[in-house]
Design a protein. Structure first.
Length: 111
């Protein structure tokens, strides 16, 4: 398996890693796209993405928060994950605040 196009191009012969056959075809798997921090912020502020948020539906807010954390590429911590899980299950933000009173006093997650 080749992890980059350069590694693929550098290979002189192509054989199946499982059976050793030379009768192989190139298949492109998952592709990762590197984005700058500005690009990530722009995608979060995209009106199409923001228009999907229904302020009356906690599941919608939870989905957006999950997308935001994935786009940031940073671990947001256990408290953040618990809040998002609760929102995605439909729990109202006010109920989460009551169930997690120390949330506002929690320090940010270590990176």
């Amino acid at each position: 398996m080749y992890r980059s196009f350069a590694a693929y191009e550098a290979a002189e012969e192509f054989t199946c890693p499982h059976c050793g056959s030379a009768d192989v075809r190139r298949r492109i798997g998952r592709v990762a796209i590197a984005k700058s921090e500005d690009s990530r912020m722009d995608s979060l502020a995209d009106e199409a993405m923001l228009s999907q948020i229904d302020e009356n539906d906690p599941r919608s807010l939870g989905k957006f928060m999950r997308q935001m954390s994935q786009e940031m590429g940073e671990e947001m911590g256990d408290d953040f994950n618990e809040v998002v899980d609760r929102l995605e299950k439909g729990q109202q933000p006010e109920e989460i605040e009551q169930a997690m009173p120390d949330l506002a006093d929690s320090p940010p997650a270590d990176n």
